[in-house]
Design a protein around this ligand. Structure first.
Ligand code: AMP
Ligand code: MG
Length: 353
């Protein structure tokens, strides 16, 4: 399908708002309800199709409360469930999370193991050192190499800290668990479950461009956009039906520049520095939580090795954009993606083993 000038302008507007639900902004329907709020450091948009509008609004308000509650519980640095565990663990005590957080840590730890440590929520101390923990304040220079090395030397991975049978976190001086690459996805999953419980069958929960969609947009699929990492235009459109999550990790979400180099918020747990090589990774998966973690893991895996890590995480549909703008996709991703650049780029197809 060709995209006309109007649609392109509309896509660009969607992109400017950092929300990539192409259908709703571009051809809004009377039977569509949209509701927006800010949570977990991002703009969240709930779109519900073909549902009585008062009930849709009431449902979206419940989703907002859910997000705000989870934000408080899973903030690594505040006084919620995770913050309290972090305080104990980082001063050497044994962390005993509540059941909900324990389940989350078990799942995160398994994904961490499967990704070979590329996704590792125990990067909290590094995130803190780099200054990427505060959405309001961005650092203006990297930490010293000595401080990075010292933090790395002290750090242990989540797979060694979390005892899945005993459901305790081993205390380890300075350790902080940061679920920032996973919790947003989990919140999206819970929001979808909440909506389904209220009888909604066609909806999107979109947290800053990362989303899970159920059902359809009336008689056609949901259509969502993936951001161009460097110019904030729309790189690609993807049609989604049924129940799928689309998550993108990128080096443009939280970053600063220092002496001509970009330093961003996805850290390589092996080096202690921001990942190199990829500007963004988009993954289509089933549940939002594991798709969220997967996109972060593949940023760490980088332009050569992402197919191997994708295989270990059981992913089939992946698109990555390299720092020079070139695009790689898995074979199963190619038919899902409509690229929207003026000059269609060449795409390198990679097989996921
Ligand atoms: P995402 O945008 O989903 O890729 O998540 C990035 C966020 O996850 C960062 O802001 C950090 O809080 C945290 N993070 C950074 N690097 C990693 C990593 N290698 N593994 C797990 N979490 C990370
Ligand atoms: Mg993620």
């Amino acid at each position: 399908m060709r995209v006309g000038a109007d649609s392109r302008r509309c896509l660009a507007l969607c992109a400017a708002a950092f929300l990539f639900l192409l259908t709703s902004a571009c051809d809004r329907d009377q039977t569509e309800s949209r509701y927006r709020f800010t949570a977990m450091g991002t703009l969240v948009e709930i779109t519900i199709f073909d549902f009585p509008s008062a009930a849709a609004d009431a449902a979206a308000v419940q989703v907002e409360s859910l997000f705000l509650d989870l934000q408080q519980r899973w903030d690594p640095w505040a006084d919620g469930a995770l913050g309290q565990v972090n305080e104990v663990v980082s001063s050497g005590g044994t962390g005993i999370p509540d059941d909900d957080l324990a389940d989350l840590l078990s799942r995160a730890s398994r994904i961490s193991r499967d990704s070979g440590g590329a996704f590792d929520p125990a990067v909290g101390a590094l995130v803190r050192l780099w200054g990427f923990y505060d959405a309001e304040a961005m650092p203006d220079r990297p930490p010293s190499p000595g401080a990075i090395q010292e933090t790395l030397d002290r750090n242990l991975p989540l797979t060694r800290l979390w005892d899945e049978d005993a459901r305790v976190l081993t205390g380890h001086e300075g350790t902080t668990i940061d679920l920032g690459a996973f919790a947003k996805g989990e919140a999206v999953d819970r929001a979808i479950a909440l909506l389904e419980g209220l009888g909604v069958s066609d909806a999107i929960v979109n947290a800053g461009g990362d989303l899970r969609a159920i059902g359809r947009h009336g008689d056609r699929p949901w259509r969502i956009g993936v951001r161009e990492p460097r110019d904030a235009g729309v790189l690609a459109a993807i049609e989604v039906t049924g129940d799928e999550s689309v998550f993108t990790s990128g080096d443009y979400e939280r970053y600063f520049e220092f002496e001509g180099r970009r330093y961003h918020h996805v850290l390589d747990p092996r080096t202690g520095y921001p990942t190199l090589g990829l500007s963004s990774v988009t993954v289509i998966g089933h549940d939002a939580a594991s798709t969220d973690a997967a996109s972060t893991a593949l940023m760490v895996a980088g332009p050569q090795h992402w197919p191997t890590v994708a295989s270990a995480l059981d992913l089939r549909q992946v698109m990555v954009v390299e720092n020079d703008g070139s695009i790689q996709m898995s074979r199963d991703m190619r038919p899902r993606v409509k690229l929207l650049r003026d000059k269609p780029p060449e795409v390198m197809i990679r097989d996921i083993p």
